[in-house]
Design a binder for this molecule. Sequence first.
Ligand SMILES: Cc1cc2nc3c(=O)[nH]c(=O)nc-3n(C[C@H](O)[C@H](O)[C@H](O)COP(=O)(O)OP(=O)(O)OC[C@H]3O[C@@H](n4cnc5c(N)ncnc54)[C@H](O)[C@@H]3O)c2cc1C
Length: 447
Amino acid sequence: MDRAASRWVLVMVPKFDVAIVGAGVAGCLMAAGLAKKGLSVCLIERKPISKIGVKVCGDALIADSKLKEIGFQPPKGYVERELYGFKVYVPGLDVITLKAKVLLLDREGFGRWLFERALDQGVTPFESTIAINPIISDGWVKGVKVKRLNEPPLTINSGLTVDASGVASFLRRKLPREWWVSEEVTRYDLALCYREIRLAEGFDDDYCSIYYDQAISPMGYLWIFPKSKGKVNVGVGLRMNVKAPLREVLHHHLACDPRFNSSRILHAGWGVVPARHPLKCFTSNGFMVIGDAAYQATCGLGEGLRPSIVSAYLAAQEAAEAAYYGLEDLWGYNVKYLKTLGLAQVQSAAFTYYFERLSDERRNKLLSNFAEGSFNLEAFLNFKIDAKILAHSAKLGLQQFKELIGEWRLVREVKSIYTAYPEASKNYPEWSLRADNFWSKIKASTY
Ligand SMILES: Cc1cc2nc3c(=O)[nH]c(=O)nc-3n(C[C@H](O)[C@H](O)[C@H](O)COP(=O)(O)OP(=O)(O)OC[C@H]3O[C@@H](n4cnc5c(N)ncnc54)[C@H](O)[C@@H]3O)c2cc1C
């Protein structure tokens, strides 16, 4: 869309059924889903149109049963390579294999494809346009104030306003503190990542590799994901409270791998990813939050593509079926997300908070049950620890058995809390207190 055309749109059509801020994976998908149902939708993006789709990322999409359920599949043209899962490395331990279908994407092409799909459905784009404030009146979000360079701010009125602005959670953070959706997030809840795309020979691996090594990447992880045509996506992510020179950390690790000896950097960049459990509430009157803005990435893996896709789908479904856009009308999105994908994510978060603070030696003990083993990633993320593993653990010694049982109990506890997520908003305050107590307990022993 050229500049003149978008000005015309700004002046002539200031009201939409739905205004979505952020044309990333989550925003584009939700916009397309709602426009397809006949709603008038606008998509507000601060980047110029030529940069939509560009994102520093590991590019790995876990194509599991959740994506199958919602019928989502990226076109073959944007899949550079299909891999069989993840090899997890912990110093001193044999590799653990987590099996899953993982698609290494042409990330920019994929992002642009999503954006174009939204346009094809009739979504109105506002590119190079920054959302600056939500419009709030009588306890409702009624639209968003936006600004383009050298143009006066403009008000876009909407029945529903959606924050899909990524980890900045731009609109949500400007809502009144007492609204449930305004849960506070600190920098401890975020991981800073440095990533390179390298041209390197000899990467015929069929798996993505992830390294958890306290000496090299404390409270974080390092990844090597092979792509097509000799390209490899490598990076490191550490909690933002850990002070470490990320680029040097990565280069130090790659220097130990001869396959990188004569490799060439094609692209390097930085990004931030959520490193916590998802928000407890994603809705308010006239408002929804999706994707990274809702902190829905899987903690410990930094995996946010699949969650963004699932949340956009669930949010669009809920909004399309809602008679009004009140908190209660949209509540089903909270329930559906947190009782499905969210349930695995809160368990992962509980485990990660604990795992992150263990020394490599204690990690070895905890994970030795799984060493050299091959597991289904989905089952692993859902902590389906069976009796055989517990029995094996008992044989390895009392200390190890206690460790595993202790952690298993925590994971069970958080699972039972989120399984009881309230079906109606009136029961939320009591439930929220229970969940807060759990997370405070875990975090108090972590930081
Ligand atoms: C280094 C790195 C590696 C990663 N690797 C993987 C991986 O391998 N696999 C995986 O599954 N996930 C990975 N992730 C996470 C994944 O990229 C994100 O979870 C996912 O892209 C989130 O999509 P989103 O649409 O919610 O947000 P985003 O993609 O961040 O989109 C948000 C959009 O909102 C726009 N915006 C922000 N503020 C405003 C504003 N005020 N006004 C207008 N527009 C605004 C932004 O410009 C952006 O286009 C990685 C993340 C990082 C940083």
